[in-house]
Design a protein around this ligand. Structure first.
Ligand SMILES: C[S@@+](CC[C@H](N)C(=O)[O-])C[C@H]1O[C@@H](n2cnc3c(N)ncnc32)[C@H](O)[C@@H]1O
Length: 329
């Protein structure tokens, strides 16, 4: 299994800071009357999240509803927007742990349908109201069930998005084990997700998630998968905002972005230039075309500045070396 760790650096627009300054004056009185926090004014950990409320929902002042647990578990809007853009080619998204709708709302802006599910029926009611504020209510099919029991057999789900609870309010500062802290059991979550769509699963977890544990968790599914069992790729994406690591997204299957050059390099390192390597390369050519391979090969063998456009010029030369590449495009 080839594991690629990628980095996504997002920057907040200046507008965000300006809005914050303008709102500061009215803040004091608003705080006392805000139903989302009036019971937690002395809870410093929650007030920390309240101070970042426009980061969680830019339309916070239009009547967004957040319950206690969601203050620290909602996906910030900037991150949710990025994820929705990245998954926009999917028609139907299942947001299996939707909470008060941080991800669901942004998915609903990009995809034709979101199935939003949460065990907590109250959170689903809050999510409905939040979706109305963002004018995306009609794209969302709300459910309230334990994900492990959820029946979506009436739907063709293109991607299963999983943002399960991974710890309490202190999770950010502590190392944690996905096998111990995530609820329900991470393996049960994954088994259920794979039963819904084994070809496209995205997992969103805390920034202290350990890469080795993710490899362990997913290697099991790669071994069972009908996809090429030797070199499937898992993308583990570290999402940074203004230079700070915020979350980790894991892409398994269709929406995993693979640099085929890197995958091929991995395959050479593992097996050398053997019949097995050639067999795997043949599979890659069939699946993706030869261009990424040509670029990679030319870079290894010739000069580093070789471009995609140059690749075609090397076709004949490479076809001699690798008879497998001759008629694939
Ligand atoms: C990290 S939060 C998700 C936040 C959400 N992505 C958002 O941006 O608002 C995890 C959610 O999982 C829900 N949950 C916990 N156990 C569940 C289960 N067995 N099935 C479905 N939802 C569950 C919790 O109620 C909580 O809202």
């Amino acid at each position: 299994m080839f594991v690629k760790v990628t980095r996504q650096s997002l920057l907040l627009p200046d507008k965000f800071y300006k809005n914050q300054r303008q709102k500061k004056k009215k803040e004091q009185e608003a705080k006392q009357n805000d139903p989302n926090i009036k019971d937690y004014l002395k809870d410093r950990s929650i007030m920390k999240y309240y101070n970042q409320r426009y980061f969680l929902f830019t339309k916070y002042d239009e009547g967004i509803s957040i319950d206690y647990e969601s203050w620290y578990s909602v996906t910030p809007e900037h991150v949710a927007k990025y994820l929705a853009k990245r998954l926009e080619n999917n028609k139907v998204i299942l947001d299996a742990f939707s909470g008060v709708g941080g991800n669901t709302i942004q998915f609903a802006k990009k995809c034709s349908k979101v199935i939003a599910n949460d065990l907590d029926a109250n959170k689903i009611e809050l999510a409905k109201s939040n979706a109305e504020i963002y004018e995306v209510r009609e794209n969302i099919d709300f459910r309230s069930s334990d994900f492990l029991e959820l029946d979506v057999s009436d739907q063709e789900v293109d991607v299963v998005f999983l943002a399960p609870p991974w710890g309490g309010v202190s999770y950010c500062t502590q190392d944690y084990s996905i096998f111990e802290s995530v609820t329900p059991d991470i393996k049960k979550i994954m088994d259920k997700a794979m039963g819904i769509n084994p070809n496209n699963v995205v997992l969103l977890l805390g920034r202290n998630t350990r890469v080795d544990e993710l490899v362990l968790l997913f290697s099991d599914y790669f071994n069972r998968s009908k996809m090429n069992p030797t070199i499937n790729t898992l993308e583990i994406e570290k999402i940074f905002i203004n230079g700070k690591l915020k979350m980790i997204a894991v892409y398994y299957g269709k929406d995993c972005k693979v640099d085929r050059g890197q995958e091929i390099a991995y395959c050479y390192n593992l097996f050398g230039n053997t019949a097995q390597t050639k067999h795997i390369l043949k599979g890659l050519f069939k699946e993706k075309g030869i261009r990424p391979f040509l670029v990679w090969y030319a870079r290894q063998e010739k000069d580093k500045d070789f471009t995609v456009e140059d690749a075609n010029n090397y076709k004949e030369y490479l076809a001699e070396l690798f008879p497998l590449v001759d008629n694939q495009e």
